[in-house]
Design a protein around this ligand. Structure first.
Ligand code: PLP
Length: 438
């Protein structure tokens, strides 16, 4: 089993920092720990409490406005008026489930599928990304009659027992992973060649030798928790090896999907790949819980013949309306071109910073999914302390980002898709100040 201490989550609040917080924060932290128990984590050295959201801005309990350059769920901006209005109206009209005929969910399904390659032509609804991945695993295992799964070395795919077991980012206590093999999506140091095909070939051999067979490789197509890696050599070859071994390719688009990477809509398109199964979630309904599994029908046929599927809250009228209203906003002319343009503007700004500050070892950008790898000057070693300093310095400047990667040294900048150049300038200025202060 690989993995690290679960308390080592990047950008985690440590209770030993509590003394200099306000009395209100200290009290809420203590009550939260008592009521929610020990498994939850808070972000930032000084935890934040928000009471209002609008566009790219969050307002804290003491009235300060923070620029949100981190939260991807409210992709069209916090509390988007047209989406709030559509959801509220439907809540007042009807909310049942998918065991009745309903035009809205079928229309939404058709509209969603029209954004996929023709091969991916059926969709099943869930409430979360975890459920979508769990369902994808069930489908893949039923289709292949195999159990083994290949994921990346610091992947995160969710919280059910099945998907926690394939989420090494959760640390060593995530459950039985004897049927899971881990591959590195990139070379060890910046600039080292990727060896994905080699490690996938080894993983397949190991799963076959141990009698698990290969059900699937599941990949977050921008490798967010592996350090934000929108380009990985050998990906197509690695997928081909899995397919030759009988396994399916599941693209986890919970992070990458719905325009996060720009006009390509989906992360798998950055790699020129067509997955067998695709999972969706987070930004799908701008904060209302909607997820989905999109599939090539051949892979659903045996599963559908042998199982029935019902998910109480998934695909009901409010979910359908929330997702449809969000999709309408995402498809507004110019939005995804703006994602690409602002992403490019951020890239240029970050590369400018990299010329002044040798702590920046690499800048990786796909649309508005941005990773900035921080290294110790000269040595090129990962610098998680620097990443923690920058993330917390930005929070003190009222700009929200976080950190990620197996070494917790990659700044993760992942704002709502409506982020514009003025917002980008605020982030870049705050980053300059944080880097200068070290
Ligand atoms: C890549 C990826 N897959 C799956 C999930 C799980 O989604 P959810 O939290 O909606 O269950 C996440 C959540 O962070 C994710 O980032």
């Amino acid at each position: 089993m690989t993995g690290r201490d679960p308390t080592a989550m990047p950008n985690v609040f440590r209770a030993d920092n509590i003394a200099d917080l306000s009395a209100r924060s200290q009290d809420l932290i203590a009550r939260r720990a008592r009521a929610l128990g020990p498994a939850y984590r808070l972000f930032y050295e000084r935890p934040l409490e928000f009471v209002r959201g609008e566009g790219c801005w969050l307002t804290s309990a003491n009235g300060d406005r923070y620029l949100d350059a981190y939260n991807n769920v409210a992709a069209m901006g916090h509390c988007h008026p047209a989406i709030v209005e559509a959801v509220s109206a439907q809540l007042g009209r009807l909310n049942t489930h998918t065991r009745y005929l309903d035009e809205q969910i079928v229309q939404y399904a058709e509209d969603l599928l029209s954004l996929f390659p023709a091969e991916l032509s059926q969709v099943m609804f869930t409430c979360t990304g975890s459920e979508a991945n769990d369902l994808a695993l069930r489908v893949a295992r039923h289709h292949t009659q195999a159990r083994g799964v290949i994921v990346t070395a610091n992947a995160y795919h969710g919280v059910t027992e099945a998907v926690a077991a394939i989420s090494p980012a959760l640390g060593p206590h995530r459950g039985d992973d004897s049927h899971v093999r881990y591959v590195r999506p990139r070379g060890v140091a910046i600039g080292d060649p990727d060896r994905l095909m080699e490690s996938v070939a080894e993983a397949i051999g190991s799963l076959q030798r141990d009698g698990h067979g290969v059900a699937a490789i599941m990949l977050d197509t921008i490798f967010s928790t592996d350090g934000v890696l929108p380009r990985v050599d050998d990906l197509a070859g690695a997928i081909e090896l899995v397919r030759q071994a009988g396994g399916l390719f599941i693209a986890d688009e919970v992070q990458a999907g719905f325009g996060r990477v720009g006009p390509d809509y989906w992360g798998f398109r950055l790699h020129g790949l067509i997955p067998d199964l695709v999972t969706l979630g987070k930004p799908m309904a701008n904060g209302y819980p909607v997820g989905a599994l999109v599939a090539q029908p051949d892979f659903l046929s045996r599963f559908g013949r042998d199982n029935r599927y019902f998910n109480t809250f998934a695909g009901g009228q409010v979910a359908a309306v929330a997702a449809a209203a969000t999709l309408r906003e995402i498809l507004r002319p110019g939005l995804l071109q703006s994602v690409a343009a602002v992403g490019q503007y951020m890239r240029e700004g970050l590369l400018g910073l990299a010329r002044s500050y040798s702590a920046i070892g690499d800048v990786r950008v796909a649309g508005l999914s941005i990773g900035v790898e921080l290294v110790r000057s000269g040595a090129g070693e990962p610098d998680p302390e620097m990443a923690a300093h920058v993330v917390n310095s930005l929070a003190s400047q009222k700009v929200l980002i976080s950190a990620t990667g197996p070494d917790a040294n990659v700044l993760k900048i992942r704002p709502p898709l409506i982020f514009d150049q003025d917002h980008a300038d605020i982030v870049l200025a705050a980053l300059r100040k944080a880097l200068h202060a070290r």
